[in-house]
Design a protein around this ligand. Structure first.
Ligand SMILES: NC(=O)c1ccc[n+]([C@@H]2O[C@H](COP(=O)([O-])OP(=O)(O)OC[C@H]3O[C@@H](n4cnc5c(N)ncnc54)[C@H](OP(=O)(O)O)[C@@H]3O)[C@@H](O)[C@H]2O)c1
Length: 350
């Protein structure tokens, strides 16, 4: 008999209020898959962009749809081809964005996307990491090609992606100028920005500074505006892909002068592992502005949609698990709770 679970999702596109409690089938376990008992799920703008229907031309959803790309929890079961994990392991993962599935008691991910959760974080904190930190890493390392000593300006520096961006740029050896509102300036400095520009008072491109890279997480100002603050061989990386940006990406590749690059984040266990190493070493940390119980997902979406979130917002799915540190997750309790005729968890012996 099919096993069900509780989740929050939507049956039609619309405002935050279309989110509702659902009873849905547990995701099936594939041979190379890991079933995760979810402790907490991160909230990302992609979740409400999917919910509102804004992305419907690019991503066809089947209803009811359970959003959520970020999960942290403990392994409930593994497929027969999985070698790295066993039930009870504390893990985190980025699920493919359009697949969703994080706002639920259980999620399934391919083994290659799953990584041990950093031992110095609670699982609630770990849930705030994957998608946003992977975006910052893949944008700054792969698209902007930051190297030690290069100067990068990060716009939207205290959002989910931006606050990781400050720290990841620092871990890559780059020097950071952060653009955010004045209320966030102290935190930006605390995370490693050498200089902070308040966009509510000044135009960040107005000074004499010329950057090697500009990393834009906001998308409110066009490339032609930022261009003048770039060195001739500089690069503007935007994580807000538009048709115009995709066209300009090609034009600036052949035209000479500062380039524009845009991209979509992809799940990567290897990249998440690197981030986990930096987190364990204290070089990167998630800032979690607020945790909401899963049942308050409507309020969490409204908060995220305000575009004023500071760092990350997280949904707590299992309060006890979410509070436990990944390094001290109650492995045996969880393994026991998962046993007893549970066909999913019985699929592999530790
Ligand atoms: N391409 C991809 O693969 C990818 C991946 C992840 C995210 N994204 C997109 O990237 C965007 C950012 O994601 P996120 O998770 O970082 O969002 P977020 O957490 O909601 O960002 C909120 C932050 O944006 C700042 N902000 C708002 N308006 C601003 C402005 N005009 N200038 C400077 N800062 C401003 C706010 O700072 P203040 O309160 O200080 O103004 C707030 O800290 C979203 O549109 C998301 O959909 C794309």
């Amino acid at each position: 008999m099919e096993q069900t679970m509780e989740a929050i999702g939507f049956r039609r596109y619309g405002p935050a209020e279309v989110l509702e409690p659902l009873e849905v089938a547990r995701p099936p376990l594939t041979p190379d898959g890991v079933s995760i008992r979810v402790a907490a799920a991160g909230v990302n703008p992609a979740d409400w962009n999917l919910r509102s229907g804004r992305l419907r031309r690019f991503a066809r959803l089947t209803f009811p749809f359970v959003p959520g790309a970020d999960v942290a929890g403990v392994v409930a079961a593994v497929g027969p081809a999985v070698a790295r994990f066993r039930p009870g392991d504390a893990v985190y993962a980025m699920l493919p964005n359009v697949a969703g599935g994080g706002y639920a008691e259980y999620a399934a991910a391919a083994e290659r996307a799953v990584v041990p959760a950093p031992p110095n974080l609670s699982l609630a904190e770990a849930a705030g990491v994957p998608l946003a930190a992977l975006t910052a890493l893949q944008g700054l390392r792969d698209q902007a090609a930051l190297r030690p000593g290069t100067w990068v300006l990060i716009n939207g520096a205290l959002g989910g992606v931006g606050h990781f961006g400050i720290q990841i740029a620092g871990a890559l050896g780059a020097r950071v100028v952060a653009v955010c509102s004045g209320r966030n300036a102290d935190l930006a400095r605390d995370l490693g920005a050498e200089e902070v520009l308040d966009y509510t008072r000044d135009d960040p491109t107005a000074g004499e500074a010329r950057y090697d890279a500009i990393f834009d997480t906001v998308g409110a100002t066009p490339f032609r505006h930022w261009r003048r603050a770039l060195r001739r061989d500089g690069v503007f990386v935007t994580i807000v892909p538009t048709l115009g940006n995709l066209a300009r990406q090609w034009l600036t590749r052949v035209g000479g002068g500062p380039r524009l690059r845009t991209f979509f984040v992809r799940p990567s266990g290897a990249d998440l592992e690197l981030l986990g190493d930096w987190i364990a070493a204290g070089r990167v940390r998630p800032v979690i502005e607020r945790c909401y119980p899963l049942a308050e997902a409507v309020a969490a979406h409204r908060h995220s949609e305000s575009r004023r979130a500071r760092g990350k917002l997280v949904l707590i799915v299992d309060e006890r698990l979410a509070a436990s540190r990944a390094g001290a997750a109650p492995r045996r309790d969880v393994a026991r709770a998962e046993s007893g005729g549970d066909a999913v968890s019985a699929s592999r012996q530790g």
